[in-house]
Design a protein around this ligand. Structure first.
Ligand code: PAF
Length: 283
């Protein structure tokens, strides 16, 4: 069966009615890569029908961010969806999603949304949660699949689904990496050859932190920082070891689950990556 493409709300409603069984959704902004293909594969394993949304959401971009140059590759995206057996692609334009222009009422990501990515990108997560909520209403899935690479986004979407009773299951899918460790991202295609080499410092820093996790949080932070400072083309925005629920820095004596997150500019491209880990020797 070939993939159905819906561009309008009416087309979506008709196509959605024809889907059978449990519906899983994978939300994207296009420029699909092997990480998205993995999300779709997980969705196909868990759901009877799979919907992919392709929508470059203006609401989650700041005025000086890369909305205008964000890669738009619809034909290739559709080919990937067809190859992966996606049932329905919803690819609306902004006026379909926001018929009245920018919505006056939006989701608020709250205090968790002001930390880390939210501190560098004010309003970003309000924009993400607003479009994710709308896409939940429009596609009506029972399961939704999001990558762990965007750890803070995943946490906030989970919180929204729970706090506001969306009545669906959020499934986390592990980050897909290049063989040399670079986390897949639609923004990797901005990287020059030299940038690409330098960008490896992010995953290497996380690996270095992971390797010394039994020595405690100070050792993890130090090991990761040492890798990043040795790479002059990487401008670090943040490198933090935090509690996975509160996103607060874990103290030196901490033992337990944590996440090591990094955000950095490589050339003109802002990249993020993270590793969940267990800190300390006691567990
Ligand atoms: O992760 C993304 O690609 C976007 O933030 C999402 C979840 C599709 C919302 O626009």
């Amino acid at each position: 069966m070939s993939t159905v493409v819906a561009r309008t709300r009416d087309e979506l409603a008709v196509a959605r009615e024809k889907l059978h069984g449990t519906v899983g959704v994978v939300m994207t902004m296009g420029a699909l890569h092997a990480g998205h293909a993995e999300l779709v594969r997980q969705a196909r394993e868990r759901a009877d029908s799979v919907v992919v949304t392709i929508f470059l959401n203006p609401l989650q971009f700041g005025p000086n961010e890369d909305l205008a140059k964000y890669p738009r590759t619809f034909e290739a995206d559709l080919a990937l969806c067809e190859a992966e057996g996606v049932d329905l692609v919803f690819a609306p334009s902004p006026d379909v999603v926001y018929p009245g222009g920018d919505p006056g009422v939006r989701m608020s990501a709250g205090v968790l949304g002001d930390k880390l990515e939210g501190a560098s990108r004010p309003g970003h997560f309000d924009g993400v949660l607003t479009v994710v909520a709308k896409m939940f209403h429009l596609t009506r899935p029972s399961l939704a699949f999001f990558g762990q690479k965007d750890a803070q986004q995943l946490l906030l979407i989970r919180r929204m689904a729970t706090d506001l009773d969306f009545g669906l299951e959020i499934v986390a899918v592990p980050t897909v990496r290049e063989p040399d460790g670079l986390a897949l991202s639609s923004r990797n295609r901005y990287l020059s050859g030299l940038d690409r080499e330098s960008a490896l410092a992010l995953s290497k820093a996380l690996d270095a932190g992971l390797a010394v996790r039994e020595q405690g949080s100070a050792a993890v932070r130090r090991a990761a920082r040492d890798v990043l400072v040795a790479e002059p083309l990487v401008q670090v925005d943040y490198l933090v070891l935090v509690d996975p629920v509160t996103l607060d820095d874990v103290p030196e004596w901490y033992q337990g689950e944590a996440v090591l997150l990094v955000a950095a500019k490589v050339g003109t491209t802002r990249l993020i990556d993270n590793r969940p880990l267990v800190v300390g020797g006691g567990l």
